[in-house]
Design a protein around this ligand. Structure first.
Ligand code: BDR
Ligand code: CA
Length: 295
């Protein structure tokens, strides 16, 4: 490791892959996880917040603060993904948390924390980016202090997973994604172009013994016909640890905010500032890094 760990904040909708991503951020000696902000998406905001609290507690880090964010997208309610992540958002039943979220709302807390750690924080939004769009609008001076943002979202050169066109996070709040991608923040986009290649299999997880392994066992038990679990949010954390895992291209990304079939689509050819879109990934190294930290 070179120097001090990078301070990171994760904006999250846990979510099985969010759970794995949070474990990684807590365990990595290269990262200093300052806190979690929650957003609905994979599940309701209430479930997402309970799951975030449970995750830090299970990992023996109840001191990591959790703040509550948006319950709905800018123009529509979130569509949850119970069929994939389970009814509570996590495939495995976890005990009720013994800790409480912060009283300060997520966006205000993000603004406060960014100001306190001026130009050092890497922000990791791995759910719908509703909170981040509000941060940019309501606290532009704090948003300017984001050192780097690694967003899990989008599908630039490949089909979507929520619809044929849209990736789940951008599908759930394309209006927010348009604001965030166009904000001129130093941004790396980790979309399905790379996430679809990085996966756990039953064989890979068989080496693990901790909560990550148990969560994956539970997910595979619920999905007997699935051979792979795509590591979308964990790949965003992996890139925060090791940016050389992906090859990026500087692209101005347009987001479809229409009410039509392409809603949530992320395309080349926007008119905003370019962002770094990950288009290739070193699959073997990424899976090794993720499984080494999470299982
Ligand atoms: C993204 O959507 C969610 O289901 C996952 O947690 C990930 O953030 C993948 O499209
Ligand atoms: Ca997520």
């Amino acid at each position: 490791m070179n120097g001090n760990p990078t301070p990171v904040m994760i904006d999250t909708d846990p979510g099985v892959d969010d759970f794995i991503a949070i474990l990684m951020a807590i365990r990595s000696s290269e990262l200093d996880l300052l806190g979690l902000t929650t957003v609905g998406g994979n599940t309701s905001l209430e479930n997402a917040t309970l799951n975030a609290l449970r995750t830090v507690e299970i990992e023996g880090r109840p001191d990591i603060p959790v703040a509550i964010g948006a319950a709905a997208g800018r123009t529509r309610p979130f569509e949850y993904a119970d069929h994939f992540h389970g009814e509570t958002g996590l495939a495995m039943a976890l005990p009720a948390p013994g800790i409480e979220p912060l009283e300060i709302p997520a966006v205000a807390w993000l603004a406060q924390t960014l100001a306190q750690h001026s130009n050092t924080i890497t922000l990791l939004p791995v759910g719908p980016v509703t909170n981040i769009a509000r941060l940019i609008e309501e606290h532009p001076e704090a948003a300017n202090q984001i050192d780097r943002m690694i967003v899990m979202g989008g599908a630039v050169d490949c089909p979507g997973n929520a619809t044929d066109y849209a990736e789940f996070n951008t599908w759930n709040d394309p209006e927010a994604a348009e604001i965030v991608f166009g904000a001129g923040i130093n941004t790396t986009l980790i979309g399905l172009d790379v996430c679809n290649q990085v996966a756990f299999t039953r064989e890979i997880i068989s080496d693990g013994a901790g909560p990550g392994r148990l969560m994956m066992d539970a997910w595979f038990a619920e999905h007997p016909d699935s051979e792979e679990f795509h590591l979308c949010d964990p790949l965003a954390v992996a890139v925060a640890i090791d940016p050389t895992l992906v090859r990026t291209e500087s692209i101005s990304v347009a987001v479809d905010t229409s009410g039509g079939p392409e809603r949530g689509n992320t395309m080349r050819g926007g008119d905003g500032p370019p962002i770094d879109v990950a288009l290739e990934v070193d699959v073997e190294r990424a899976v090794r890094l993720i499984s080494g930290l999470a299982l």
